[in-house]
Write a protein that binds this ligand. Structure first.
Ligand code: G3P
Length: 215
């Protein structure tokens, strides 16, 4: 399973990347706005740190504008994936960009039928937002199960990228369901390596080691 970091914060990306567990990065306009830096500068920094897919989102709403915007983003670096919103305009843009060899990440996906359409227009990634569904009393993980099943039924190549992850159980469930990727905020990523029993166990080993006679 691939783990992406869902952030535009360079310190967070540098830290998690140093652990060797970051396969890619996803950004969105809200995450970029929090950093107070120019979008292009943020993307340049990220692509220097992480050697894997980096999602950069278009902000146009009409396909005729999304397409040139996507082309410009894709030209910035070989690892840029163009994030396009799941609208009918987005589907048109995805179809065109994909036909040009530009990898598209379809975002703001909230149903398996939206995901089916994303696969049909050649999206490289589909991003279902599970946390936001949970926020509305719908179990987000259910649509991950549906999408994984539908994509396997028809051998679609589109990878399922679980987004809007809020806690480690989301990551575990995504992995159990066979999702290809989870994109994780740093606050969740830093919880994954830790367990109080690991700390207690290490403490005891180090204390006991003091009792071993040294040469
Ligand atoms: O990057 C898209 C997605 O992961 C956003 O998550 O927490 O704002 O719903 P969230």
């Amino acid at each position: 399973m691939k783990l992406f970091l869902d952030t535009a914060n360079i310190d967070e990306i540098r830290t998690a990347a140093s652990w060797g567990v970051v396969d890619g990065v996803t950004t969105n306009p809200s995450l970029v706005a929090k950093e107070g830096k120019k979008f292009i500068d943020v993307l340049n920094e990220i692509t220097k740190i992480v050697n894997g897919p980096v999602s950069a989102e278009v902000v146009s709403v009409k396909a005729e504008d999304m397409i040139p915007e996507g082309r410009t983003l894709a030209k910035l670096h070989k690892n840029i994936y163009v994030k396009v919103p799941m609208t009918t305009e987005g589907l048109k843009a995805c179809k065109q960009l994909s036909s040009e060899g530009i990898r598209v990440n379809m975002t703001l996906v909230f149903s398996s039928m939206q995901a089916l359409l994303c696969a049909k227009v050649g999206a490289a990634f589909v991003s279902p937002f599970i946390g936001r569904l949970d926020d509305h009393s719908q179990t987000g993980m259910e649509i991950i199960a549906e999408i994984v099943k539908i994509y396997r039924n028809y051998s679609y190549k589109t990878e399922v990228l679980v987004a809007s992850v809020r806690h480690p159980v989301h990551v575990k469930e995504a992995a159990m369901l066979g999702a290809d990727i989870a994109t994780i905020p740093f606050s969740v990523m830093e919880k994954l390596p830790t367990h109080p029993l690991t700390d207690l166990g290490l403490d005891k080993f180090l204390k006991d080691w003091q009792k071993v006679p040294k040469a």
